[in-house]
Design a protein around this ligand. Sequence first.
Ligand SMILES: Cc1ncc(C[n+]2csc(CCOP(=O)(O)OP(=O)(O)O)c2C)c(N)n1
Ligand SMILES: [Mg+2]
Length: 230
Amino acid sequence: MRGKGGSMHIADLSKGMMGANGILGAGSPLVCGAALAAKQLGHNGVGISFTGDGASNQGMFLESLNLAAVWNLPAIFVVENNGYAESTAVDWAVASDSYVDRANGFGLPGITVDGTDFFAVYEAAGEVIRRAREGGGPSLLECKMVRFFGHFEGDAQTYRADGEVDDIRENHDCLKLFRKKVEATGIISADEFNTIDAEVGALIDDAVESAKAAPEPPASAVLTDVYVSY
Ligand SMILES: Cc1ncc(C[n+]2csc(CCOP(=O)(O)OP(=O)(O)O)c2C)c(N)n1
Ligand SMILES: [Mg+2]
């Protein structure tokens, strides 16, 4: 909150967003809890967890698949497979070639989809959400992704092939691919896309400028916005 936690600690309970988690894989059991609550309370909610290829090797994630299947929870486990966990390529760390096979081992159906294709993700997500809402239980959705950046600012990425990042930026940028597809239909014109790009760019520039211009917080604010008081 207010820039104190960094990317690991973004949460917005008012939108049902339970928060990112600095402990890899720890979000999955929480999502089982949310899905159990939805089932018990009889509302239409679906619990959805987002886990990286690395985090999905955590025991908690695999236990959550099992629990969700045993309790037939309206839970969806999205695996964002971007090929790397820090500097470890997925082939070095994940025994199975397919996350769907892994899910099948726990009794869950799954779908693998090109995660850079907005429309493919939309369709596949719709299918698994529908299944969960109709009482069909949990599913896994593997999104094949790419990684534009290193693991941290200044990561030299010596573990990546020459030209790999240039290629994915050129050919597998989900925003470029979305624009190409939508422009071809004529639903949104090139001019409209340029206007949107300029507006969003200006919003980001303004946010950066105002953050840089803001006064340093006083020492007395060190504990505010850090803990939620329930
Ligand atoms: C339990 C635990 N072990 C190790 C770490 C350190 N760590 C932070 S990110 C990361 C790699 C995560 O890889 P992946 O799940 O593929 O996510 P990506 O960075 O690709 O989004 C590791 C090992 C951690 N935060 N929590
Ligand atoms: Mg990864």
